[in-house]
Design a protein around this ligand. Structure first.
Ligand code: G6P
Ligand code: MG
Length: 213
C-alpha cells in the first residue's frame, strides 16, 4: 500500500493549461511565431525557460540572453494576470474530494509542480493546507522529465519513492515519476500516457481503495 501521493498541479488539480496557452500565444504572436494546439500540448509540464526555448526553436528565432529573460518575464506577468482571477471554483472535478480522501486515509500529500506560481495557485484554490509539502520549483536543477522533482517530493515527505503514487497529466511528468521509481497514475488518455501504470480521465474517477490494496 502507498504511504504518500504526490500530485502535479496544472492539468490534474486545476486547469491552468488554458492560461499558459493564452499567455504563450500572446508572446508567440509578438514574435510572429505560429502557436497551435500541438505546440501547446508539448509544453505541458515543461518549465518556463524550456517552454520559451521550444517556441523560439519552432520559429527559428535566436535571442540575446537579456531579451530571452525579458520575454520569459513578460509571459509570466501576463500569466499572473490570468491566474489572478482564479477561485475555489477553478478546482477540477474530484480534486478536492481526492485530496480529502487521501488525507483521511492517513497518507501524506506532496506537490510536484515545476511552476513557480504553484504556491500562489494553491492559495487561490484554498487548498494550501491540504499539502504536507510543496517542492520549491526555484531550487530545481532540472525540470520534468528528469526525476529530480518527484525524488525531492518523496524526500521532503520522508517516504521511500517505492511507497509513493505520482499523479500526472503530462507525458514528461509521467516519465519523471517513473524515473523516480514511483508508480504513476496518469490523468488523461491511455493512448498518450503510455508509460503510466494506470490512467483515468480525471480525479473524479479516483478511487483510493484501488491504490491501497
Ligand atoms: C507547469 C505547466 C507548464 C509551465 C510550468 C512552469 O508545468 O504545465 O506549462 O510552463 O508549469 O510554470 P511557471 O508558472 O513557473 O511559468
Ligand atoms: Mg501538468
Amino acid at each position: 500500500p502507498f504511504k504518500a501521493v504526490v500530485f502535479d498541479l496544472d492539468g490534474v488539480i486545476t486547469d491552468t493549461a488554458r492560461f499558459h496557452h493564452l499567455a504563450w500565444k500572446r508572446l508567440a504572436d509578438t514574435l510572429g511565431i505560429g502557436f497551435d494546439d500541438e505546440l501547446a500540448e508539448s509544453l505541458k509540464g515543461i518549465d518556463r525557460r524550456m517552454s520559451l526555448q521550444m517556441i523560439l526553436d519552432k520559429g527559428g528565432v535566436t535571442l540575446e540572453p537579456a531579451e530571452f529573460d525579458r520575454l520569459a518575464d513578460m509571459k509570466n506577468v501576463w500569466y499572473k494576470e490570468l491566474i489572478g482571477t482564479m477561485t475555489r471554483d477553478d478546482l477540477l472535478p474530484g480534486a478536492l474530494d481526492t485530496l480529502k480522501a487521501v488525507r483521511a486515509a492517513g497518507l501524506k500529500i506532496g506537490l510536484a509542480s515545476v511552476s513557480q506560481n504553484a504556491p500562489a495557485i494553491l492559495e487561490r484554490l484554498g487548498i494550501a493546507d491540504l499539502f504536507d509539502t510543496v517542492v520549491d520549483a526555484r531550487l530545481l536543477k532540472r525540470g520534468k522529465p528528469d526525476p529530480e522533482i518527484f525524488l525531492k517530493a518523496a524526500a521532503q515527505l520522508g517516504a521511500d519513492p517505492a511507497d509513493c503514487l505520482g499523479v500526472e497529466d503530462a507525458v514528461a511528468g509521467v516519465a519523471s515519476i517513473k524515473g523516480a521509481g514511483m508508480a504513476a497514475l496518469g490523468i488523461g488518455k491511455p493512448s498518450v500516457l503510455t508509460e503510466a501504470d494506470a490512467v483515468i480521465a480525471g480525479l473524479d474517477d479516483f478511487v483510493l481503495d484501488d491504490y491501497l490494496a
